[in-house]
Design a protein around this ligand. Sequence first.
Ligand code: KG4
Ligand code: ZN
Length: 330
Amino acid sequence: MTRVLGIETSCDETAAAVVDDGRVTRSSVVASQADLHARYGGVVPEIASRAHVELIDDVVEQALVEAGTDLRSVDAVAAVHGPGLAGALIVGVSAAKALALATDRPYVAVNHHEAHLYAALLEDPALEPPLLTLVVSGGHTLLVAMHDHGRFSVVGRTVDDAAGEAFDKVARFLGLGYPGGPAIDRLAARGDPEAVPFTRPMLDDGDDFSFSGLKTAVVRHVRANPDADVADVAASFQAAVVDVLVTKLVRVAEREGFGTVVIGGGVAANSALRARVLDEAARRGLRAVVPALGLCTDNAAMVAAAAWWRLRRDGPTPLDAGVDPSLPLA
Ligand code: KG4
Ligand code: ZN
């Protein structure tokens, strides 16, 4: 058995987790800094870095305690080294290297996108590649073919805003606060998704995505209709995003012969997206894995899981390896 301590500090969550053999989650602790950033309407990098420094020791300690283990029983220490905010990444990577050095265990650097792909494999430990994965977060919208562990190809990506970014920007415009995704999700529950027929950007145009025009369409609609019901606007916007994401996901799966589709990333916590993925997959005889909410948003269990596979494939990461804020997946 190989026990991995994973650390995630790429954005505004300070997280640590203990996972055995890449499949069994012993603990997963996430300290969200959302409250610290809320009044600025988005993540402030300097505040994020400082908060990570303050939280990291306690979060790691808590992950070990909740797992009923200690550092001596940990076989490898992993951290996300990119993509993300440079100052934030450095905190987690430095902590992981220090712990690895102090315990004479291997250090493993993990790609944040790759970690999101592994959420589905923690949700369903029997799951095996090949898989088609939709990674939708605040910074990224990627359609990724996972051919095998560590072997991915990006099939589609956003040409402008990420899906989560669109949720956050529309929420800010509607005065719903930050983070915007959960706020829109809640409000949309009592709105009519067909109230406003927003366009579905690039729906029949290749495998890439575009969301900035949709955001502009929402702004234009609300300015032209100041009395529009905000719940209807939120539900209609959400329906347009979900429609494009799921249509492309299942279309590519069928075209490329993938029998299983999975989702990951913060936007995969969206209730409409989750329901639609399950529905469309069932209708087409595809298997769909929709990870629990806590596995979709940033967490360290997915980091520890991805690290286990990386370690088996590539061995430890040298301790002089740094961080890469714009690290690509493949
Ligand atoms: O993966 P994540 O936790 O952090 C990044 O790597 O970006 O994703 C955060 C993003 C934010 O844009 C947030 O608004 C969005 O995920 N999000 C949601 C929901 N929960 C979080 N978007 C739509 N519906 C949700 N329920
Ligand atoms: Zn993320």
